[in-house]
Each structure stands twice: as structure tokens, then as C-alpha cells.
Design a protein around this ligand. Structure first.
Ligand SMILES: Nc1ncnc2c1ncn2[C@@H]1O[C@H](COP(=O)(O)OP(=O)(O)OP(=O)(O)O)[C@@H](O)[C@H]1O
Ligand SMILES: [Mg+2]
Length: 241
């Protein structure tokens, strides 16, 4: 079953068409990668899916239900969560507090929210930081907190917007491992990433967009050897081994 289906999605900002007739679908349990040059419309597409921006046109279905114009909070309760490219935790609050903000999507009880948050922190091997102020975290730790917060909402589909940007190679490898573990827990993942090594290792399929439109779709090997993708994004020096 397709957990997410987008048909002819369009998003205009004034005269600028940021997403242009984009159609794609994600099967339950899949990891789908979304790549493309800076400004291609990747984050905008995520923002439309997650209810941050109302689409200008097209249709978005989540688990078979049309969700155009649904609000982020309602989508979150239905099981669609996202991380933001710019990570903004409550800096003066603890890691645990920040993750509990996510847990409150599915419970009103503080004790239950805390229990769920602790479970997520354990899963991400992040429990030792639970009392740390979020403002004191390193970039890698903030990214992990952002994932924890999204995960605490108990999503069926998780949208990751560049959770690996700014990480060192060893931290990237760790993040790839974390995301693979999440998939094994039954969570479907839609991931935007510029780090090719990571997106190639993670994705079952990759969709490539350029100026808001899809220019290629297929296995990591297929898109990496696609001439249009090399021209628009990867550059001539990118060679598939
Ligand atoms: N809120 C907004 N108002 C006006 N224009 C916007 C807005 N958000 C994005 N844009 C424009 O829409 C286009 C797509 O931007 P978007 O952030 O979706 O690209 P992206 O593929 O995520 O790029 P990057 O890889 O740099 O994160 C860009 O030209 C951008 O300037
Ligand atoms: Mg972006």
C-alpha cells in the first residue's frame, strides 16, 4: 500500500513556482530519497506534505486519505511527522523536555509523555543527555534531538530534511544506522539529503527534482547514472562504481 501519494503538486510563492506538477508515491516500509540542487523545491514539497504550506494545486494522500490543507498538528496526530532543516529546540529546556513536546501529540498525560520520550531517547542511544540543556548540544546532538522529537509523536511516516547536514563522516555513518533501525521498526521514511554517500546507502528508491519538477526516479544506481541527473546535480566528475 502507498502510505503517501502526491499527484501533480504545485506550490507557487508569488511569481515563483517552487514545486511544479510533482507526482510521487511511497510504499509502506520504504525509504525514499529526495535529491536535487539547492532551491529545487525539496523543502517546499515537504512543507506542503506536512501541512506547513497549503499547496497551490494538486493532491496529497496520506494512508489513502486526502490531506490537502490539513494542519501540521492534525497530520502529526495521524502519524505524519517531520524534522526541520533549521533545527530550533527550546534551548533553555532539557533534552527530555524537548522530546516530551513530541510525545504530547499522542497523550495528555505528563507521566506517559515522559515514559514515551525516555523510550525514544533510549532507542537513539541518547539517554545520557536527557538532562542536558538543548542549547548546550553540538550540531550532531541537535540533529539527534530533532529526530527524537519527531519520533516521540509515534509516526508512521517520517520526513527527514537534511538531518545529516553539518555532521562529520563518522556521525553521518551513525545517522545512516539510526535511520535504518527506524525502518526496521516499521516506520516509512522520506528523506532529503545532499550527502550522496548517505542517500545512496539508505534509499530503496530516489526521486530527483530540478526547478520543482521530477527529472528522474529509480534505484540509487539508476539515478546516479542518469545523464540528466549528472548534468543538473551530480556534476560530470560523479562516477558510479
Ligand atoms: N516561504 C517562501 N517564500 C518565498 N519563496 C520561497 C519560500 N520558501 C522557499 N522559497 C523559494 O522556493 C524555491 C525552493 O526552495 P526550497 O527551500 O524548497 O529548496 P530546497 O530544494 O529545499 O533547497 P536546499 O537544498 O537549498 O535546502 C527557492 O527558490 C526558494 O527561494
Ligand atoms: Mg531545503
Amino acid at each position: 500500500m502507498n502510505i503517501l501519494e502526491i499527484k501533480d503538486l504545485v506550490k507557487d510563492f508569488g511569481g515563483l513556482r517552487a514545486v511544479d506538477s510533482l507526482s510521487l508515491s511511497i510504499e509502506e516500509g520504504e525509504i525514499l530519497g529526495l535529491i536535487g540542487p539547492n532551491g529545487a523545491g525539496k523543502s517546499t514539497a515537504f512543507n506542503c506534505i506536512a501541512g506547513v504550506y497549503p499547496p497551490t494545486g494538486g493532491e496529497i494522500y496520506f494512508a489513502g486519505e486526502k490531506i490537502n490543507r490539513s494542519k501540521p498538528w492534525n497530520l502529526c496526530k495521524k502519524g505524519l511527522a517531520r524534522t526541520f532543516q533549521i533545527v530550533k529546540p527550546f534551548s533553555s529546556k532539557s533534552v527530555l523536555y524537548n522530546v516530551m513536546v513530541g510525545s504530547f501529540a499522542t497523550t495528555d498525560k505528563t507521566s506517559v509523555a515522559e515514559e514515551k520520550a525516555l523510550k525514544v531517547l533510549k532507542l537513539l542511544q541518547f539517554e545520557d543527555k536527557k538532562d542536558e540543556r538543548a542549547g548546550n548540544l553540538t550540531i550532531a546532538e541537535r540533529k539527534r534531538l530533532e529526530i527524537a522529537r519527531a519520533l516521540a509523536t509515534e509516526p508512521k511516516l517520517l520526513l527527514f530534511d537534511e538531518v545529516m547536514a553539518g555532521l562529520r563522516p563518522a556521525e553521518v555513518d551513525e545517522m545512516v544506522q539510526i535511520i535504518q533501525n527506524l525502518r526496521h521498526q516499521g516506520i516509512t521514511i522520506f528523506v532529503i539529503e545532499h550527502i550522496m554517500r548517505a542517500i545512496m546507502a539508505l534509499s530503496d528508491r530516489i526521486v530527483v527534482i530540478h526547478f520543482g519538477s521530477k527529472i528522474a526516479e529509480g534505484s540509487p544506481q539508476e539515478v546516479a547514472s542518469d545523464e540528466n541527473v549528472i548534468k543538473a546535480y551530480l556534476g560530470d566528475e560523479y562516477v558510479v562504481s
